[in-house]
Design a protein around this ligand. Sequence first.
Ligand code: ADP
Length: 208
Amino acid sequence: MQVFGLTGGIGSGKSTVASLIEKYGVPVISADELSRMVVAPGTRGLAEVVETFGSEVLGDNGELDRGKLATVVFSDPAKRKQLEAMLHPLIRERFIEVKEVLEQAGNTQLVYEIPLLFENNLEHTVDGVIVVTASEPVRIERVIARSKLRPSEVRRRIDAQIDEATRRKKADYLIVNDGDLVDLQQSVEKMLREYLRPLKDDDGVQEL
Ligand code: ADP
């Protein structure tokens, strides 16, 4: 099973690319989704988080309130590290389980959408990295339209991530998303044809 990381800065369009890739029949696993799964009600992950950070991180419905948890760990780097050390192995475990299910179902390639792939030094865990990129003004505009954040808040998030030039340099395949959604669909088609497909053939996997 070949695993490709899909990453990009906030507002670059990586979630949009992920859903396009899925439409063409290549399964996508989202790290954000896995991170929610491992602290869902009744999980060992949630029990560990509550044990360590207290029941004040729970909402009225007894589920994890991610906003409250963020407030607890935001100003304390040691606590944030502790939370990451707790969740990352659970996310990895869950990823392997989902990957195995996909493999048993006959899939030979999957895409793993990880926003902080480079920041968390995870490039060695995948067979190749697809980076989605767009110019900073375009990214800021998209995030504001999506979330109503102020430009300064978007910039703060951008600054907390790896810089765009480094991210581009580390890519095995780069999708430039400065155009419209039709352009993006064409770029994804090109990526599937020219990047994933030859790798699939190289691996001795049957042709489409
Ligand atoms: P990311 O996951 O990288 O933060 P998203 O895929 O959520 O980015 O895209 C950010 C926003 O911009 C979304 O609302 C999405 O619909 C929109 N978007 C992405 N690419 C384009 C594009 N090429 N043209 C217009 N809107 C786009």
